[in-house]
Design a protein. Sequence first.
Length: 408
Amino acid sequence: MNALRLAPLLAAALLAPFAVAAEQLVITVAHDLTIARPSETITIPWAEVNRALPGALLQKLAVKDAAGRVLPYQVTNIAPLAKDPEQKGVAYGELIFQYDFAAGEQSATITVEKTEELAPVFPVKAFARAVPERLDDFAWENDRIAHRVYGPALAAPSEPPGAKEVLVTSGIDVWCKRVRYPIVDRWYNKGHDHYHTDEGEGMDMYSVGPSRGCGGTGVWDGIRLHVGRNYKTARVLANGPVRAVFELTYDTWAAGGVFVSETKRFTVDAGHNLDRIESTFAASGNTPELTIAIGLHKNPADKGQNPQIDDIRNPADGWLAQWVAQQTNGELGTAVLVPSAAFAGFAEDDRNLLVLAKVAPGRPLTYYAGAAWSRAGDFTTSEAWLSHLEACTARARHPVKITLEAAQ
């Protein structure tokens, strides 16, 4: 989460209305790393935008960098169907945009202005939706990678037997993209057989089954992994063009003497191969702490690929990674990161490599999970993928700091 510091002028504005409306909201974004931070996502509470620019509307806004370049942005709602009878933008939640920090660049200035002209419609680079037409799948993507999880219709018994596919799993699937534009709707429209073949846009070549897939969770009792079933409900909270946010709930399951349920909130940002996931568990009784296991499938390659799989554990930074070299399907990197004090080591079972984390029921466990495909061109070697994970860990541990100032 971005740290937010109000400059003196804006802090004074919190105590009294602006005597004269500001013409700009000036945003200074700073950090203390020397590495590049491409696609750094900046979130500003809309209440602060509205204080500096009263009456600003999402469709009549310009977000610009110091060179005057217009940056794509989105504005979220506070809640679905939130009311704004006076059309003042009070139902808005956050202003979201991104900035690319070059290596060594530790500060940037962004301005937000009201405009008379309509803002352009920016390309959608983060997207999520339920897919009831495919047995209740839920799918999401950004401009780098795509994923899906499986819903209740897929888990339901088939009547008569064999009339439909049946799969009970709370694992996370990977769809590998080699294009920057959205593909989820196109691939579902093409049909199941087609998206298992690379026809130029990418392919579904990841094998999930009952494993954790790429970042699914369970409860670890020290010997055995206890996992839930397919997701129960889904709710989309924000849907691009820069960021998609959604929640999935998982019904109660038995976990070694305790009963647990789970709510996952996914934050999917454009330009990132890893999603930020917050899992919150409820537990029966007076359970003070749970050991949560976050997994990667040990052998996620398609049949016949004869994969060479490198498993890499980094206890210092709390992450687990794979690099899977396949016979004809290119190379695949996957990872799970727990870059916090919650990290509690590693384990494995027959199907999964596991990262362990300690969390109290009712408190969110934040972790990152995702993948990259060599044919996308961003990470073509294991070394490049591991270097990227080191940078992701550093960014998670060193969030940007934001200062706001209203200017005439």
